[in-house]
Design a protein around this ligand. Structure first.
Ligand SMILES: [Fe+2]
Length: 371
């Protein structure tokens, strides 16, 4: 009988690996403020980016994040400071938490005020400028840990409008209305009644595009819609929040192709029923206080805290204190829908469903009046 080769792992009869669910974690407002002060006092780095990642203790060396697939970074710019240009294939959701400044993303300039949210698409040249009088502080959330894990995170930092790697390349443009695409000449045929196709090579290298923009959700505009969710009756079993929807995510209901960002306005002394999802959830509390139960553990939080509030597949519920709570929630929901991995259990007595692949859940909205 011969032995096993060095490139093989015998998995005959093997059980699935038990997943290492990261512990929930609260990073307090005080800890974040101290880090902001440290960044303000530090010498200005050459690239202009005063930044500090909030790293979960269970993160590995190569793919640091606050959740396995999501990093959170605190950024600071002092008045008059500007960062160098950056281009990378990760995407970001960003929120201004103090001061104000301008984000230039692919030529679009967004003036960000407190609690404004915007997104930075992949491979758009971007930089930041503090044109105000106070230190500008903002948080970014990106899918960099996932790309680092895959060893494909592409990042360039440079001055000037053109990335160095584009300097000697020939830019191609195409008028889709006038010039035939090579893929139109390639084979496209259905070979089974239920949909198996064959496509020629050109279909692989000339994918249809959906325009990906940097969009801006100003706090004053978003919050003006809060009565739409706060006036629903108390027996409502859904969440009182808005997804900051970016049409580029289509049916995957996201703010970027990786994440949805939502802003909530939860009623005092309310709570949601325990539920779980394979997407990880990170909460940044804007207003109010309360506590969460995550896999049986109680964690208290208040305005200004950042929390890994739902490690993927951990059962959790959130309990609101005696004033309204507003939260920015980030989850890697659209990414997981794209790869059919987003399993969700809205209530313990209901089945586990792969959202986007199986018919989803309903709230009791249809049977609830207004307060
Ligand atoms: Fe949740």
């Amino acid at each position: 009988m011969s032995g096993r080769g060095k490139n093989f792992l015998d998995v005959c009869g093997a059980a699935p690996r038990v997943q290492n669910t990261w512990a929930p974690l609260v990073v307090s407002k005080q800890e974040i403020n101290l880090e902001v002060e440290r960044l303000i006092d530090a010498a200005k780095p050459d690239n202009g980016r005063r930044a500090s990642m909030v790293v979960h203790p269970e993160a590995d060396k190569q793919s640091k994040g606050f959740a396995p697939g999501i990093d959170v970074t605190i950024h600071v710019l002092k008045p008059g400071e500007r960062t160098r240009n950056l281009r990378k294939n990760s995407n970001m959701v960003e929120i201004c938490v103090a001061g104000s400044g301008t984000a230039s993303v692919g030529g679009k300039v967004t003036k960000a005020e407190k609690w404004d949210v915007w997104n930075t698409p992949s491979m758009r040249v971007h930089n930041y400028y503090n044109d105000g009088k106070e230190p500008w502080v903002w948080l970014t959330y990106s899918n960099a840990p996932l790309l680092e894990k895959l060893e494909v995170h592409y990042v360039e930092e440079f001055d000037g409008a053109t990335p160095p790697s584009d300097m000697d390349t020939k830019q191609t443009t195409r008028d889709p209305g006038k010039i035939a695409r090579a893929r139109d000449l390639a084979l496209k045929t259905k070979i089974s009644e239920d949909g198996a196709h064959l496509l020629g090579y050109e279909w692989l290298i000339d994918i249809d595009t959906v325009e990906s923009k940097s969009l801006h959700w100003p706090w004053n505009k978003v919050s003006s819609y809060f009565p739409d969710i706060t006036e629903i009756g108390k027996e409502y079993n859904g969440r009182r929040l808005f997804v900051l929807y970016n049409p580029v995510t289509e049916r995957r209901i996201g703010t970027t192709p990786s994440f949805f960002a939502s802003l909530s306005c939860s009623l005092p002394n309310s709570n949601n029923i325990a539920h779980r999802h394979s997407s990880s959830s990170i909460n940044y509390y804007l207003r109010g206080g309360g506590h969460s139960m995550v896999d049986g553990q109680r964690l208290d939080w208040q305005a200004g805290d950042l929390m890994l509030s739902a490690p993927g597949w951990a059962m959790h519920s959130h309990h609101i204190g005696d004033s309204q709570v507003s939260t920015l929630t980030i989850q890697d929901h659209p990414f997981q829908i794209a790869v059919e991995s987003l399993i969700w259990q809205e209530r313990i007595e209901e089945p586990i469903l792969a959202l986007g692949n199986q018919v989803g859940f309903e709230s009791n909205r249809a049977s609830v009046g207004t307060r």
